[in-house]
Design a protein around this ligand. Structure first.
Ligand code: ZN
Ligand code: ZN
Length: 136
């Protein structure tokens, strides 16, 4: 089974993940842009039991436009948001792809919130051209 590690910038918050993600998405929403400081958020969803979390976390909760409450977990030292949970998808943990620091991580195959995509952000060639579902 494939084992991957994701960590915050200072590497004190560390996730060990067994197996493959059930969904890999890119999100163009303005909330993700503010959260990351980047113009796009890339994220992989895993079942909670695939993920082992080590280190201290701080949490921040917001309500998505869908009405689902989302809780973001970030390192209290360096501030990097490594993972989050969405009450609309109980039993799953979503991990920011960049925190794997692995250029070979599989590409997203779903894009959401394309209406707020920066026009110069290009999508991987096999990404569906329109959003399939909205999520935070
Ligand atoms: Zn950190
Ligand atoms: Zn988003």
């Amino acid at each position: 089974m494939n084992t991957r590690c994701a960590a915050c910038s200072c590497e004190k918050l560390h996730l060990t993940i067994e197996g493959e993600p059930s969904r890999i998405a890119m999100c163009h929403c303005l909330e993700c842009q503010r959260r990351t400081g980047a113009v796009i958020s890339n994220q992989a969803r895993f079942r909670r039991e695939q993920v082992t979390i080590a280190g201290n976390v701080s949490a921040w909760t917001r309500t998505a436009e869908s009405g689902n409450v989302m809780t973001f977990y970030f390192c209290p030292i360096c501030g990097s948001t490594v993972y989050w949970e969405n009450e609309g998808f109980p039993g799953y943990v979503t991990v920011a792809i960049g925190n794997f620091a692995d250029p070979n991580f599989p590409a997203p195959n779903i894009a959401v919130w394309e209406e707020t995509r920066h026009p110069w952000v290009a999508l991987p060639p096999d990404t569906p051209p329109k959003r399939l579902a909205k999520q935070g």
